[in-house]
Design a protein around this ligand. Structure first.
Ligand code: FAD
Length: 323
């Protein structure tokens, strides 16, 4: 069996979990195994309603008063019990903050390997090879597990939610959760958000990202006006944050946020690897850069070679006059 664990995000399935479902369906097809999707913990009824549309063999529901609020102790105990009972070959989750918090405990409790933050999978005739980044994303390495059961977490955009097959579950299983107050030894702080202002770029559908090509803080309104016209969030490369022109939660990249919007509109960003690892899952990339050899053009769907100071205001004006 392949088991996918869903995470709640303010009453909805976390986007990383939706990608994990796409991964689970692919694993099940490639390896000829059954697929089960686990709904547990916070907002479990909402998760179940939304998950009931996904094509899967089983929907497993783990409901208990002691996990209506997230705690690493509660979640790791329940998931460990589900894995003990159902023995999935691979248990798949999105590499979210919550998963980073509780999944290592499951790995420890079950003495089970955990391959984290996977960026791609080669199914390799039934012996999957997992690729993950090392040395601050300068290299990628392949990992294979020889264990009967393993835990896997996926970096945003390793799989695409567009590939999900709908069709519903063949059966629903109510898992008998055994949990006592003594099992919960710690309480968690409120859900982590990237910033106190609540900006979560990881779920933004449209992003205008500004790089050092903007030259000065005084020119930022050029990019901000474009973002406003598109209804997009503003983001940036690291130098823009380092210079204090935008707050740190706007930074995209290996030391910033990982994003996968429908449109990533990059203006004056060179496309260094540390930036690209944070946005390569974008569905469409438009890049404006005056250097035709800028690395960002290697992953751009639409390349505009020219001066952003001239192009962006005209584009914004055209967008505003057409709306
Ligand atoms: C450990 C480590 C972690 C890092 N983490 C991150 C990270 O999380 N995110 C990140 O972004 N970077 C990160 N970096 C930095 C990264 O290596 C790059 O230095 C950075 O991404 C470059 O930002 P940039 O593209 O805005 O600037 P530059 O590399 O200076 O590029 C500016 C670009 O703008 C273009 N340009 C200039 N003027 C114009 C104009 N008028 N019109 C059009 N184009 C113009 C230039 O041709 C150039 O391509 C990290 C580095 C290290 C060592």
């Amino acid at each position: 069996m392949i088991l996918v664990v869903l995470e709640n995000q303010r009453g909805k399935i976390h986007p990383f979990s939706i990608e994990a479902v796409a991964a689970g369906q692919k694993f099940a097809n490639e390896l000829g195994l059954e697929l089960s999707i686990l709904c547990m913990g916070e907002n479990v009824d909402e998760l179940k309603d939304q998950a009931s549309n996904f094509k899967t063999n089983n929907l497993i529901i783990a409901k208990h008063d002691l996990i209506t609020m997230y705690s690493a102790d509660g979640y790791s105990k329940v998931l460990s019990d589900v894995i003990r009972e159902h023995k999935p070959k691979f248990t798949l989750l999105g590499h979210s903050y919550m998963v980073r918090d509780f999944l290592p405990r499951v790995s420890g409790k079950l003495n089970m390997p955990f391959v984290s933050d996977i960026i791609s999978v080669d199914f390799n005739n039934g012996n999957p090879l997992f690729s993950k980044q090392v040395f601050n994303a300068k290299l990628a390495t392949n990992i294979q597990t020889s264990a009967d059961n393993s835990l896997l977490s996926f970096q945003s955009a390793a799989f695409s939610s567009d590939d999900i097959e709908m069709g519903g579950a063949d059966s629903t299983i109510d898992f008998n959760v055994e949990l006592n107050e003594v099992d919960i030894k710690s309480t968690s702080e409120p859900e982590f958000q990237e910033s106190s202002s609540g900006v979560d770029l990881s779920t933004a559908e449209l992003i205008v990202s500004v790089g050092r090509g903007i030259e000065s803080e005084d020119n930022l309104p050029i990019a901000e006006s474009l973002a406003k016209s598109l209804g997009a969030e503003i983001a940036s490369s690291r130098p823009v944050v380092d210079m204090g022109w935008l707050p740190p939660y706007r930074q995209v990249g290996s030391s910033g946020q990982v994003v996968s919007p429908k449109l990533y509109f990059s203006v004056g960003v060179s496309g260094a690897i540390q930036h690209v690892v944070g946005m390569k899952g974008s569905k469409n990339v438009i890049a404006i850069n005056k250097d035709e050899d800028a690395p960002i053009f290697e992953i751009a769907d639409y390349a505009v070679i020219g001066d952003l100071m001239e192009i962006v205001p005209k584009l914004t004006e055209a967008l505003n006059s057409s709306s």
